[in-house]
Design a protein around this ligand. Structure first.
Ligand code: SF4
Length: 348
């Protein structure tokens, strides 16, 4: 008996029933791996179901417009995942068959070391590790590893260690079992060591020192930015834009807005309106439409305020913006932040 055997035995009995585990379809496995990065299973599941109903295979996804793909991704965050998924689907649809090795999968947009290892091991049984945050946590606790997991050399160390013990007949299940243990028992804050199938092998479980692992020294400083969105109207239509390629929320829609490093107050907004639309400040009649909110993304924090309404008769249309009928707004793909404010915007 060893820990890998006990882990697989536990996985066979305790694993959650998930739709992508009921299939050997590489498309579904790849999709689930992309969709569930930075997303909990219970949050991602409705998205996965809706997405696979609309795009049941790689050909349907490849044929879709990017705006529709983004609409099905709306609210999941990390939208570059959806755009890369779509680009990769176009490349895959042109191939005779799906690639079967991690090295080939890594050539596709949005497929990195982890995803390629997960897809190749689960769908094609390649004996290759897939180290995500869950696996880092479980393995560092199991062997009391104090190497800094933010360093690339540590990833290689973990991969070598896993490759040494990975059973050749069930590599995909082994990777999934480690992820499952990290997701359900070996939690970041409160691991349930008493029910853990590998506690007898686990250095941190036996000593109770689990909080020391994994070691992560590099901390990325979070950047703060202030955003103000405005309800700007002309003949019943609202001013919106599709965000440009290459930046955050690329391809998603938002109402007219400005950003600043300093705090945005009513004077700031009036000045922005005056400078952009060339209308006198006293005609802008700007008021807050809703309380400001804080919106936190990885390494970024936004203080977001909402202003208006501004009714324009004559105006200079700012670059990239267009007039949208209020009833069309619901059909535009938007970030979660903008989804949350749209209802208030439409009603005010
Ligand atoms: S014994 Fe505890 S710390 Fe060790 S792997 Fe299991 S849950 Fe994690």
């Amino acid at each position: 008996m060893n820990w890998t055997f006990d882990l697989l035995l536990w996985y066979d009995n305790a694993k959650r029933t998930l739709p992508w585990r009921e299939t050997g379809d590489p498309y579904c496995i790849w999709l689930s791996e992309i969709m569930l990065q930075q997303t909990r299973v219970d949050q991602g599941m409705p998205y996965y179901q809706r997405f696979t109903e609309r795009f049941p295979d790689v050909y349907q996804l490849a044929d879709a417009q990017e705006q529709e793909v983004l609409k099905y991704w709306e609210g999941l965050g990390y939208y570059s995942r959806a755009r890369n998924l779509h680009k990769a689907a176009k490349l895959l649809a042109a191939m005779d068959k799906f690639p079967s090795t991690a090295a080939e999968w890594q050539k596709l947009p949005g497929v990195g070391r982890y995803t390629s290892g997960a897809v190749a091991s689960i769908a094609f049984h390649e004996r290759i590790p897939a180290v995500d945050g869950n696996v880092f946590r479980v393995i560092s606790r199991l062997f009391a590893i104090t190497s800094d997991i933010s360093k690339p050399a540590t990833l290689k160390l973990f991969e070598r260690l896993l490759l040494d013990v990975m059973p050749s007949e069930r590599p995909g299940d082994f990777n999934q079992a480690l992820m499952e243990l990290g997701a359900t028992i070996c939690a970041p804050r409160q691991p349930d060591c008493t029910t853990c199938p590998i506690v007898q092998y686990c250095e941190a479980g036996k000593s109770g020192n689990w909080s020391l692992y994994p070691v992560k020294l590099a901390k990325v400083k979070s950047k703060q930015l202030n955003l103000a969105f405005m309800k700007v109207e002309h003949q019943g239509k609202q001013l919106w834009r599709k965000r440009p390629e290459g930046g955050i929320w690329a391809g998603l829609w938002e109402p007219y807005g400005v950003e600043a490093e300093e705090l945005i107050d009513v004077e700031f907004v009036e000045k922005a309106i005056f400078e952009t639309f060339k209308i006198p400040k006293e005609k802008a009649s700007i008021e807050p439409l809703a309380p400001s909110v804080t919106h936190v993304l990885t390494h970024r924090k936004f203080i977001v305020s909402f202003w208006g309404p501004v009714f324009l008769s004559t105006f200079v249309l700012p670059d990239g913006y267009q007039w949208i009928e209020p009833e069309q707004v619901a059909n535009l793909p938007k970030s979660r932040l903008i989804m949350n404010v749209t209802a208030a915007f439409l009603q005010s």
